[in-house]
Write a protein of this length. Structure first.
Length: 169
């Protein structure tokens, strides 16, 4: 795990990570829809997990917030801002807690938990917008999807952190 980068270097790193996450988000939006509505791999979360464990909670929140806001703008779907922000914030909270509990070799475990909380946040936002708790019936399906997708993105984030740490040394 890296020490903090200050000043212009930090801003450049955060901008680069935000651009990478946004590019992945937009590319994934072009993939064919999975048969279960609302389910996707969440590949941009690889960058969020990396940022949380390599840079810390504050920088991870900046990258996540930038991707969520710009993703809503570039996708032309402003309502996604509400759902993505709610899911992203709960996911970020879970990652903050797990960051303290997991070792460097267990980072891959953080992503499935973060994905579950992301889906929970989105459903809570949907329940508030629709003024109905009926959407919560969808939670068991989203938990299964979150664990599967989260394992994939977690393993990818773990490999990214490991590879970048090797390159640095």
């Amino acid at each position: 795990m890296a020490g903090p980068v200050r000043g212009a270097g930090r801003i450049a790193r955060l901008a680069l990570l935000t651009a990478i996450a946004l590019t992945i988000f937009m590319a994934e939006a072009q993939l064919p829809v999975i048969p279960i509505p609302g389910v996707k791999l969440g590949l941009a979360n690889i960058v969020t997990v990396y940022a949380m464990f390599a840079l810390g909670p504050g920088d991870a929140l900046l990258v996540l917030s930038g991707r969520v806001f710009l993703g809503a703008v570039f996708s032309g779907q402003p309502m996604t801002l509400i759902y993505s922000a709610a899911g992203g914030l709960l996911s970020w909270c879970a990652l903050c807690l797990l960051r303290k509990a997991l070792t460097e070799k267990q980072i891959w475990l953080a992503s499935p938990a973060a994905a579950i909380f992301h889906n929970l946040g989105q459903l809570l936002a949907a329940a508030a917008v629709l003024r109905s708790r009926a959407v919560m019936a969808y939670l068991p399906y989203l938990i299964i999807a979150a664990v599967i997708a989260g394992l994939f993105t977690g393993i990818a984030a773990q490999a990214l952190i490991h590879r970048l740490n090797r390159v640095k040394h």
